[in-house]
Design a binder for this molecule. Sequence first.
Ligand SMILES: Cc1ncc(COP(=O)(O)O)c(C=O)c1O
Length: 415
Amino acid sequence: MPADTLAIDGGTPVRSRPFPREQKVGKEELKELIDVIYSGHMGRFGHDASKVAAFEEEFAEVYGVSHAIASTSGTSAIHIAVGMVNPSPGDEIIVGPITDMGSVVPVPYQTAIPIFPEVGRDTFNMDPASIEENVTENTVAIMAIHLFGNPCDMDAIMDIARRHDLIVIEDCSQAHMSEYRGKLVGTIGHIGCFSLQQSKHITAGEGGITVTEDEELAARGRLFMDKGWHRAQYGPRRYDVFGPNYRMNELTGAVALAQTRKLREIVALRRERGDLLTELIGDDPHVRPQRLLDGCEHTYWRYGMRVLEDAPFTPQEFAAALVAEGIPCSRGYIGRPIFLCHEAFRKQRLFGDSRFPFDHPNARDGIVYDESTCPVTQEVLDRMVLPIAPSQFLSEGDIREIAGAIRKVSSLLGR
Ligand SMILES: Cc1ncc(COP(=O)(O)O)c(C=O)c1O
């Protein structure tokens, strides 16, 4: 077979070795865990508890913020943020339509209604013009999703928020240490939320953390995380906020603490690898990496790309050909805007057979979640492909091979 034959057509694949296994934890995590086991104390509160508090303190230090509240997941970190906003039934929160369900679920749980703007075709992030069009008299907050680690247009979002007096929550579940014009995402809006789920930049298997500079929001969030329990009181118990139990345990805190100490190094490596990939394939005529705004730093939780409209192949064909070359590649991310991925959500039947909060007297009429809600976002999702993420586990040679395979497929497929 000639060297310019695609593997999918019987040619030699660019790569035949598997990619390295992602071993994310080691002796540093084990050392912190041993402390917890020997202490015999695994709950976050008590005299012998120290790891969750240390994790919060060190994470806050890395981010240069005054308050950090650990919790059990990225979803809980966002739920705490929405609890801080404290919406009334029928209030609206504008949320990015390309995200995990964990960004959305906390909104109706706190009686508010998620509203979805369109995303930009090249950034895959929320389009500020569409955010503005979706602001109504019921809007109380915007939740910015920094998709795959690519910072949203925070200047524009903060400007909209200031003009309409809205709180900005940044969902940084995929964007640890991503930078927007010299600032870390998560510190630009009023509240930043992070996931420590297994696939994330740093992980404790599961876990989350919510950061803010605002004293009042922090106080409310800390109570919300712990059932609203005002623990300082003697005498009868007192609960000041209506909230669930999202306390992180000490075992998780131990791992999260050790991971936080590695965060800068992990992110620097990912950035280097991802930027190199963009340098190698950024000018391809048929496929394009997710666009990064000027002055921003991506951290590549995933490497988002789109197959251009006039390419001589479909995204499916591209992904299949890349996989045949030995490069893992998934055909897209969530496939449909998040509200179409959930039948009960689409039907607005979230609590028993009621329509709450959509039928609350304060709710706006005419909110629908269907194919007409975010057509541009659907087109973006339809053209998206995700080759293997340029993680800290890959070498520069691995990245060059990935780039070579992308170039090969793009130039030969459909020729
Ligand atoms: C953007 C985004 N938001 C929220 C979440 C929810 O995080 P978790 O799975 O830790 O609850 C995730 C996790 O996949 C995510 O990627």
